[in-house]
Design a protein around this ligand. Structure first.
Ligand code: GLV
Ligand code: MN
Ligand code: MN
Length: 474
């Protein structure tokens, strides 16, 4: 998600420096396709993306949530592809799938490469899967040319079990466990049908205990760094005509669950002046969310919480979404007794996000009081903004450049550097080690939708970039 201003800030330097950006239609391939491992990095990777994209719990659209039957089928498939690439595999106590090669020095710090295998509801096939599949494909190339064992450090691909947070409203269950930031209480979070995380794992024969949760945490001294390839989920790369871009930072985010309770009653008999209607209150609360997030300047005071630069940063990056709402008992002739909705709030500035949450909550309580309904605001998820490691970022930039040069035979313009409004496992992994990310262009900037699309050749470019990155660890 990117605001117009962010978009312009991101692309202006590129536009100024770019005289002949590489457009999608203008990509010409120089080396023979065999040299560029097109069969593995493009054709097979695209076939696997399509295959994984069919592994769904729903009929007619893609949905894979934490530990669902389709997630387990997806894990098995990913595991078989990891083995095909010559990796040693296992599934951990949080359902994450690991594939590892030790290389020349099993005792050296490991390079971790990952993304998530879960999806949103009615998802596209690239979000998460692209990062897992391109990493496996790049390692398969090393296996096929006999250099997999030449890696000077262990390399481990991790397909994380939960990033989207659809089932439990608490994102990063998989990567947070590996990073050691998932509290034991995280195991007791329940989904809508009352099944908690621990039970969901148990249903799949994974017995997680407090102790095994702690054992999931990687020792930071054994890890060199974490990289993640992901579809951009925004329009910038397409706009500037580049297949790949590197990520400078990821916006912080908070998810709220708001419950509004009023007086349930008969739609025909309760006079308007005597109602305590949680639906009308929720509508006012939702419009308040939109107003504050559209014009934070009008709602924040320049006191101890917020200085001018915070307000400026919020004006450029704050985005808020109410994506889910439910009402009880949900019938056309009943004034509801309760309405529940979610708020997803993101910004680059963590202090600013806190200031917005403070203002938003106060104003919400005022509205509920005026309307004589009760209002509970729960914070379901928080993640601070992350700045990617500068060394990893320049290595990824070099790898992306090398990949594009191999494909086109030309020296490329500077690879774009972007901010991410979307959340990624890299956010959780930044608590364990240095992180870097590479974005891959997607059609129309569309994601979290079945219309999500990445060109086959851009999948190839992503695989080549990981291959070039691995080359620096030979
Ligand atoms: C994950 O896709 C998120 O940003 O919500
Ligand atoms: Mn997503
Ligand atoms: Mn994702």
């Amino acid at each position: 998600m990117i605001t117009h201003l962010q978009f312009l800030l991101c692309i202006l330097p590129i536009l100024l420096a770019t005289t002949s950006a590489t457009t999608a239609s203008a990509v010409m391939f120089s080396g023979s396709e065999e040299d560029l491992y097109a069969e593995i990095l493009r054709d097979e990777a695209v076939a696997r993306l399509n295959q994984l994209g069919k592994v769904s719990d729903a009929d007619g659209y893609l949905e894979r949530t934490f530990m669902s039957p389709a997630s387990v089928r997806a894990s098995n498939l990913i595991r078989s592809w990891m083995e095909d690439a010559g990796l040693t595999t296992w599934v951990d106590h949080m359902g994450n799938v690991h594939g590892r090669v030790e290389g020349l020095n099993a005792g050296a710090e490991a390079l971790l490469i990952g993304s998530h295998l879960d999806t949103v509801v009615d998802a596209g096939i690239f979000d998460g899967s692209l990062g897992i599949i391109s990493a496996i494909s790049a390692l398969k190339v090393l296996k096929s040319n006999g250099t997999l064992t030449n890696l000077k450090r262990p390399v481990e691909v991790i397909a994380f079990s939960d990033e989207e947070g659809v089932r439990f409203q608490s994102t990063f269950l998989g990567s947070a466990a590996v990073a050691g930031i998932l509290p034991v209480s995280g195991l007791q979070i329940s989904d809508k049908s009352g099944v908690n995380v621990q039970d969901a794992l148990k249903e799949n024969s994974i017995a997680i205990t407090e102790e095994s949760l702690f054992q999931l945490k990687y020792d930071p001294r054994t890890v060199w760094g974490y990289i993640e390839v992901h579809i951009e989920q925004g329009p910038v790369l397409e706009w500037v005509g580049f297949p790949l871009g590197v990520v400078k930072g990821i916006a912080g985010q908070t998810r709220l669950k708001v419950t509004v309770r009023g007086s349930q009653g008969h739609a025909g008999t309760v006079p308007m002046s005597l109602r305590q209607d949680p639906m009308a209150a929720a509508a006012e609360l939702i419009v308040l969310v939109e107003s504050i997030c559209k014009n934070p300047k009008d709602f924040l005071s320049y006191d101890g919480h917020c200085d001018g630069s915070t307000v400026e940063s919020l004006s450029n990056s704050l985005v808020c979404t109410v994506g889910e709402i439910s009402t009880w008992p949900s019938a056309s002739n009943v004034i509801p007794g309760q309405v529940t909705f979610t708020v997803d709030l993101r910004a680059m500035d963590d202090m600013g996000r806190e200031a917005i949450l403070y203002t938003l909550s106060n104003r919400m309580y005022e509205i509920c009081e005026r309307r004589s309904v009760s209002c509970i605001i729960e914070r379901k998820h928080d993640a601070n903004a992350v700045i990617c490691d500068s060394e990893l970022t320049s290595q990824l930039k070099f790898a992306a450049n090398a990949a594009l040069k191999r494909m086109t035979g030309e020296i490329q313009d500077e690879v774009p550097i972007l901010m991410s409004g979307a959340g990624h496992d890299a956010m959780a992994m930044s608590h364990l080690t240095k992180v870097g990310m590479l974005f891959v262009r997607c059609r129309g900037g569309v994601s979290h939708s079945p219309a999500e699309h990445v060109l086959d050749d851009d999948v190839w470019a992503a695989g080549l970039a990981i291959l070039a990155f691995l080359g620096t660890h030979m």
